[in-house]
Design a protein around this ligand. Sequence first.
Ligand SMILES: [Mg+2]
Length: 235
Amino acid sequence: MERDELRRLAQQIPEAKIDEAVQRLKDLVDGDRFVFGVDLDGVVADYYTGLKPIAAEWLGVNVKKLPDEVSYGLPEWNMEAAPGGYPALHRFAVKERNLFMGLKPMKDAPQVLRRLSEAGVRIRIITHRLYIKHFHRAAIDQTVEWLDTHDIPYWDLCFMQNKAAVGADLYIDDSIKNIDDLMADGLDTIIFTNSTNRGHVGLRADSWQDVERIVTQKMAAWKKQRGAKKALAGR
Ligand SMILES: [Mg+2]
């Protein structure tokens, strides 16, 4: 009955007020939580370590020939010399070797995410794993299964290229391209350290202990600011 009333009211909202109404309802549904936008590969999942033996198999080289210290785009593995280059390897790795299911979580990532979730952080996974067409189902199925297998809590799972389009109060990423895009939009972003982003300037976490400390501090500041705003609005 109340839901019918809600529908009736929704129909009557004037066009000019729709955006505001949607935002208010979202806040109500979200419970007004601090949202942490979390990248998966290279941050929660140890992507490069997991991809390396598959890349060696695909390239037909000894795994020891592929360095651990890689830079953005993996030029050190010389995949572009092979037919199809990186996209072809990626397709093989996901479709034929269940890449996303086989990745190891980064040290302490599941435990810290569980603690943050318990502390009231709304975890929003934002990943660009669908960037190659034609095997989206495998990528999505493996991702959901992997998150469950490792008991990683999340409220939202977004498969997005433009990460800034998915709202969050704080982001974490390891890709210098994503970090630059987020920072250019003025969004608070943690750089999760690996060899692909070394030297990049910004707020940095070298471990998931660092992540826990930063997120806890940022959420406390966010709550304080919101409390001040509410107190001001209530005057
Ligand atoms: Mg990443």
